[in-house]
Structures are given as structure tokens and as C-alpha cells.
Design a protein around this ligand. Structure first.
Ligand SMILES: Nc1ncnc2c1ncn2[C@@H]1O[C@H](COP(=O)(O)OP(=O)(O)OP(=O)(O)O)[C@@H](O)[C@H]1O
Length: 461
């Protein structure tokens, strides 16, 4: 049985009556037929049997008789008691298959894992076993130094889980997020996770395209179609044949051109400029914008029919200030890229500053800040003075640190740095916001002010 078939089945039924306490042989042999790592669990989370793929990824370490939460999460209790969404619990409560995205420990370190769990009825309609199938994400890594998308914060995992679900389909994806949040990288991940990954990924920068450019870039042109068209030109739609067309900044396409895009999407055909023959388009569409398309539709700047066409599967990418726990990981990933063979580290104080910074330019800005800092560093440590933009925002909570050198080395020597109460409140709020992963509603609740008051205070910070 393959995974897609499985996903349609809420409960597996095994016509087996079992009294031995051992998992039924039919179930164990079915487990072996899965190409992905899979285990059979009892209702009290014990691993009863593991298939070859699972044992291969865990080496020869025996996992049977251990609990799934011990092996996958290094917890001593079920995940739901540790603040995670536990598919087992949901499976038991609903008697239906569950699919969640988790971070699992593996012998190679932590991995993002797409977990599918199926309740198995054995005997008289009673759910006695749970089949857990795991698929390690190839699209993202929760570890520094990984390829492509990096992240492990809950906000990042929420978007990644959606990308993992949609990637293998043909559905049009709309990536929404501020500039520098990784929309293009996500679009590439959608392509990599699709059946079209062997063919081209063709990005199109839509902002600034004039009418003539738009048509000839997208559709190509015939020889002699206009002055200067000395030969036939292949358009980007044709270049994306069998692959993925990525329309970046789709919200910037002028109204006059939107109708041409709509026609392409609705008919699935196009003509080269100066050509008569209709050509068949064959691409999967991914769009991205930093704009608020709803508002653009309401303002009459974006066609509603085109909006519904491209908004089949929207995925919102969080800004970096809502992924504060990812900052150390991203820093560790980026520093080797800019340190030109030197070993450059970041001090606790400098890291804290980064975690409290608002990052209007998101991950791209973090990269730029680190690249600059690496050039400014004379020894091996990035200190707050190497982060001028960040320091300007003045969001350190380390009110007692007079000497960054002393604070870094943990020496007892420091010069007290007394600040005003208002500044202290600002610093505290920025720091607390960073600790809560940018959750303003939670911060307002915790510090006992209304969200409006908090917004006002943060604005003046
Ligand atoms: N999750 C991530 N892990 C590692 N690097 C990332 C991640 N997200 C973004 N980046 C890096 O940040 C930079 C900006 O990413 P990208 O160009 O994908 O953002 P964008 O949202 O498309 O930006 P824009 O809207 O300005 O086009 C790139 O250098 C990219 O490699």
C-alpha cells in the first residue's frame, strides 16, 4: 500500500484476533513493505516493531520496547504533555489518521519529519495499534550548515508543513511575506519537492515589466516581430516547460497586463509575439508578493478573477522578528560563508541585540549585517559595536554591562551603565518580545497592558 492510498484511509482494519501480547504477524510484515521508516506502536506509546528503513536510519540500535517520545524527542513523557501536538493522542481521540510535522532526533541530528499515524483495528473493531510512518524533509534543515531553507521555530515549521503538503501536487502556490523572508527559497523548495523537479525552475521578476517586455519575456517572439527582433526568442513560459514558473512580486503586475496573465492561466495556451500558432503551456505556477493582495483587490489595483486563480494555496512566511529562536541557527549557518576561512563567533551580547532587533529586511538583512560585521571584526568575536544598525535601535537588556569584553568572558569586572526608566522599559519590552518569539498578544497579557498600549510603547522604543 503506498502512502497516498494510506492517507485516504482513516482506520486500518486487520481481521486478526490476537491473544499473545505480540503484534500480529500480518501487521509486522505489512510494516516491512513501507519504503519509509515506520514503526508499530501500542496504545501506551511503546514501539512494538520497526521496519528495515527505520532500523537503517537508526543504525542497529534497538528501539523496540522503548517509547516513541523517548526515541524521537528525548522526552520522558508523551509529546502532548511537553506542549507539542501529539498525533497519537489525536489519533486515539478521533480514531482517524493524523498527519503532523515534527522535529525528531535521529542519529544524524535533528530532522524535520512529516509524520503520518494510522489507528489499526485488530479483532473486534477495537483500535489496538498505531502505525507511524515518517518521511524526513528534504526541503529544509533544523541544523546550521544545512542546504536551502533553515529553521526550527514554530512559525517556520508551520509554513514548512504547508509547503511539504502542497509541493508534490500541481496546485498553484501563493507565497506571502515581507521582503527577505525567503519567498524565492520557498518557491525553489516547492519545485524541488514536486514531480517536476528534474525540469527547470524559472523565476520571473514581475516588478518594472512594461507591456512589451512582459509579453516578449514571457511568451517569446518570432523573428521580425518588431524592430530588433533578429531571431526567434524562447519565452520564459516555454523555458519552464515541464517545470515551475515562479512569478515574483506578482502584485506589481500592472492591471493592463494582468488580463494577459489571466488568459494564459485560463486557456493554458499562449502565442509568441508576432506568432499566430497557439502554443500549449506546461508549467506549475508559484507566485509571491510582499503586498497585501486583498487590499489591492479592494482598491481595484488587482483583478479579483486573477487573484482567485493564483490564491489556490496561500502560504504566509513569517517575518524574522517572529522567528527569534531561529536567529542563532541562521547566524551559525551564515557566519562561515562570510568569515573567509577565519573562525568568527558572536558574543552573547551581540546575539541578544540581534534577537531583539526588528529586522525590516528580514533574513536578507541578517545576512548583510553579518557580512558587514565579519569585515569589521579584527579578532574572532562579533561584538555589539560591529552591529551599528542593530545598536542604533538600542534594544539591549544588558543594562549592567559596561565592558563587552568583560561580559563576553564572564569576568566579574564591569562598569555599571545606568539608564533612564523609560529607556529601561523600552529595552525590557523588546527583550521580552524576543523571548516570546514576537508574540505581541502574549506579551501584552504577560506584562498586564492592552495590546494597543503595547503597540504604542513598542513604536516609541
Ligand atoms: N529559511 C532560510 N534559511 C536560510 N536562508 C534563507 C532562508 N530564508 C531566506 N534565506 C536567505 O535570505 C535571502 C533572502 O531570501 P529570498 O530572496 O528568498 O527572500 P524573498 O522573500 O524572496 O525576498 P524579496 O521579496 O525581496 O524578493 C537569501 O539570501 C536567502 O538565501
Amino acid at each position: 500500500m503506498n502512502k497516498t492510498e494510506n492517507a485516504q484511509i482513516p482506520v486500518m482494519k486487520m481481521p486478526i484476533s490476537d491473544h499473545s501480547g505480540q503484534p500480529p504477524a500480518e501487521l509486522v510484515s505489512m510494516l516491512q513493505s513501507y519504503p519509509d521508516p515506520a514503526v508499530l506502536l501500542s496504545a501506551d506509546y511503546e514501539i512494538l516493531s520497526a521496519n528495515a528503513a527505520y532500523r537503517q536510519s537508526y543504525g542497529d540500535v534497538s528501539v523496540t520496547k522503548r517509547h516513541c517520545y523517548e526515541v524521537s524527542h528525548h522526552y520522558d513523557r508523551p509529546c502532548d504533555q511537553m506542549g507539542e501536538s501529539c498525533p497519537m493522542l489525536q489519533c486515539m481521540q478521533t480514531n482517524k489518521a493524523q498527519r503532523v510535522f515534527h522535529l525528531h532526533h535521529t542519529p544524524n541530528g535533528e530532522e524535520h519529519v512529516d509524520v503520518e499515524l494510522y489507528p489499526v483495528e485488530a479483532g473486534k473493531g477495537e483500535v489496538r495499534y498505531f502505525l507511524e510512518v515518517m518521511r524526513y524533509s528534504k526541503l529544509a534543515s533544523p541544523r546550521a550548515g544545512g542546504q536551502g531553507l533553515i529553521g526550527r521555530s514554530s512559525a517556520f515549521i508551520d509554513s514548512l508543513a504547508l509547503i511539504e503538503r502542497v509541493a508534490s501536487s500541481e496546485t498553484t502556490v501563493l507565497l506571502l511575506g515581507e521582503s527577505g523572508t525567503g519567498k524565492e527559497l520557498m518557491a525553489q523548495a516547492v519545485h524541488q519537492g514536486s514531480l517536476r523537479s528534474q525540469n527547470a525552475f524559472v523565476p520571473v521578476e514581475c516588478s518594472g515589466l512594461t507591456e512589451t517586455l512582459f509579453e516578449s519575456e514571457l511568451f517569446g517572439h518570432e523573428k521580425g516581430a518588431f524592430t530588433g527582433a533578429h531571431s526567434r526568442k524562447t519565452g520564459l513560459v516555454e523555458a519552464a516547460k515541464g517545470g515551475t514558473l515562479f512569478l515574483d512580486e506578482v502584485g506589481d503586475i500592472p492591471l493592463s497586463l494582468q488580463v494577459k496573465l489571466l488568459r494564459l492561466l485560463e486557456t493554458g495556451t499562449y502565442r509568441r509575439v508576432g506568432g499566430v500558432e497557439p502554443l500549449k503551456a506546461d508549467f506549475r505556477l508559484v507566485c509571491a508578493t510582499h503586498r497585501n493582495l486583498d487590499q489591492q483587490v479592494a482598491d481595484g489595483e488587482f483583478r479579483m478573477d486573477l487573484y482567485y486563480r493564483i490564491n489556490a494555496f496561500p502560504v504566509v512566511l513569517p517575518p524574522l522578528r517572529e522567528r527569534v529562536t531561529d536567529i542563532p541557527l541562521l547566524v551559525d549557518s551564515f557566519l562561515p560563508q562570510f568569515s573567509a576561512g577565519r573562525e568568527i563567533k558572536i558574543s552573547q551580547e551581540a546575539l541578544r541585540l540581534l534577537q531583539a532587533y526588528q529586522f525590516p529586511g528580514n533574513i536578507r538583512e541578517l545576512r548583510n549585517i553579518l557580512e558587514r560585521a565579519c569585515l569589521l571584526v579584527d579578532d574572532h568575536w562579533i561584538e555589539s559595536q560591529h552591529l551599528p544598525v542593530v545598536c542604533k535601535q538600542g534594544c539591549s537588556l544588558d543594562i549592567t554591562a559596561g565592558s563587552t569584553e568583560a561580559s563576553r568572558r564572564g569576568s566579574g569586572f564591569y562598569q555599571p551603565n545606568i539608564v533612564g526608566l523609560e529607556q529601561l522599559e523600552n529595552r525590557y519590552l523588546l527583550w521580552a518580545l524576543a523571548q516570546l518569539e514576537g508574540d505581541k498578544a502574549l506579551l501584552a497579557h504577560k506584562v498586564g497592558v492592552s495590546e494597543r498600549t503595547l503597540y504604542r510603547k513598542l513604536k516609541s522604543a
